[in-house]
Design a protein around this ligand. Structure first.
Ligand SMILES: NC(=O)c1ccc[n+]([C@@H]2O[C@H](COP(=O)([O-])OP(=O)(O)OC[C@H]3O[C@@H](n4cnc5c(N)ncnc54)[C@H](O)[C@@H]3O)[C@@H](O)[C@H]2O)c1
Ligand SMILES: [Zn+2]
Length: 367
């Protein structure tokens, strides 16, 4: 088991990474201090595979109740949050209760927001069960839900008390969801970790087969990168923006596709190809490196076909993104593998040129 420490405004917390940790969640609660009752929060789909193991581990550690909810993205809403809070109230949860959230990013974001609000804040332990949740959403304290007006529009920064990452949980994850997580893994290599990027180039096949030692090594590396960024810049004032590599175009593609047919990670896959070639257009990155990035993304695929849309329309969606500052286009661009920065005022026509060529970059990479 590896321990990685994250610093947050509410104090440091630990992320434990390893195989088989689910059975030890209860025992790991010890250092958290007095707990009046423990509530497990999860979805039916995840609980079916892993619930009994978690429940057994919490048995002698104050487990009072389990609350299951639908983890479809469409149910990541205030109504779901209200339903969970009411169940907690009826079951007698108080300010010293602890929530244990077992699931992917949807469960984590919803449960994290419940923890931030219920009784003005109760402690939460994340037990992430998807690759995306393990390498990304469980670390950093971003929580929240969607509104019909937009994704993640209501939320809070609310750091967990502890994260327990058991890579065994990925065994039951649908393959496409695993691949979607791999795109975020590639992102960590590009923004901060050349050794990780090289390992992915050499051992992607092992990872796709979920070779346990490779998966463990990779998850831990990614958690370290994420932990480093959020510890230095919890509220995304500057440095943390690097984590958005591939996300400017990625988010726009997701919005265009109306969050259907394209998983977040897949949209980021396309977005990273765009960011790499935009870096070349800006004179920052050698074309060979952009091609290496495109090739690795392609190998982690298949990427679903791009939504049918003109580059103009896609740029409009980018300008509507909540991270756009006063309408100007900001991109995280790369100078090399492991070296990225944020660049403002990227000319619109440069972005459109790169977007028009996206399919070709991918085709060239797999040739
Ligand atoms: N808070 C953050 O910093 C942050 C970062 C990235 C993503 N997110 C959010 O996370 C969400 C996406 O999360 P995700 O990619 O983890 O997907 P998800 O939570 O939607 O889960 C994907 C699917 O896999 C199922 N599943 C989860 N774990 C499983 C397992 N071990 N075995 C079998 N099935 C399993 C789920 O039931 C679901 O059907 C989005 O809402 C996104 O906004 C948040
Ligand atoms: Zn992402």
């Amino acid at each position: 088991m590896k321990q990685i420490t994250v610093n947050s405004s509410a104090g440091p917390y630990a992320v434990y990474c390893g195989r088989g940790l689910l059975a030890h969640v209860g025992a790991l609660l010890g250092p958290l201090g007095a707990i009046s009752s423990v509530f497990a929060l999860s979805s039916h789909r995840v609980w079916k595979h892993w619930g009994s193991k978690l429940e057994a581990s919490l048995k002698h550690h104050g487990h009072r109740d389990t609350i299951l909810f639908d983890d479809a993205e469409s149910k990541k809403t205030l109504a779901t949050v209200e339903g969970i809070c009411r169940r907690l109230a009826r079951a007698g949860a108080d300010r010293r209760s602890l929530l244990v959230a077992l699931g992917g990013g949807v469960v984590g974001d919803v449960a994290g927001f419940v923890a931030a609000c219920y009784a003005r804040g109760v402690r939460i332990v994340h037990v992430p069960s998807t690759l995306v949740a393990q390498v990304d959403s469980s670390v950093g304290g971003k929580t929240g839900v969607n509104l019909p007006e937009g994704k993640n529009l209501v939320g809070a920064f609310y750091p967990p008390a502890l994260v327990v990452t058991d890579t065994n949980l990925l065994k039951t994850l649908p393959e496409r969801e695993f691949r979607a997580g791999l795109f975020e893994v590639i992102k960590y290599g590009i923004i901060r970790d050349v050794a990780l990027f090289r390992l992915l180039e050499r051992r992607l096949a092992n990872l796709l087969r979920q070779h346990p030692a490779s998966v463990n090594w990779v998850v831990e590396r990614c958690v370290r990168v994420k932990a480093e960024y959020v510890s230095l810049d919890e509220r995304e004032a500057g440095l943390r923006r690097a984590l958005n590599f591939g996300h400017t175009v990625g988010h726009a593609l997701e919005a265009v596709a109306r969050y259907r047919g394209l998983l977040h990670g897949e949209a980021v896959g396309w977005g990273m190809i765009a960011a790499a070639w935009l870096s070349v257009e800006r004179g920052l990155l050698k074309p060979e490196i952009a091609n290496r990035i495109s090739r690795l993304v392609a190998r982690a695929g298949p990427l679903p076909e791009l939504p049918r849309i003109t580059p103009e329309k896609l740029v409009e969606f980018m300008q509507a993104d909540k991270k756009t500052v006063a309408g100007s286009l900001h991109f995280v661009l790369a100078r090399d593998i492991g070296d990225v920065d944020t660049f403002g005022d990227i000319p619109r026509d440069m972005v459109m040129r790169v977007i028009s060529n996206l399919r070709r970059y991918l085709a060239d990479a797999v040739r």
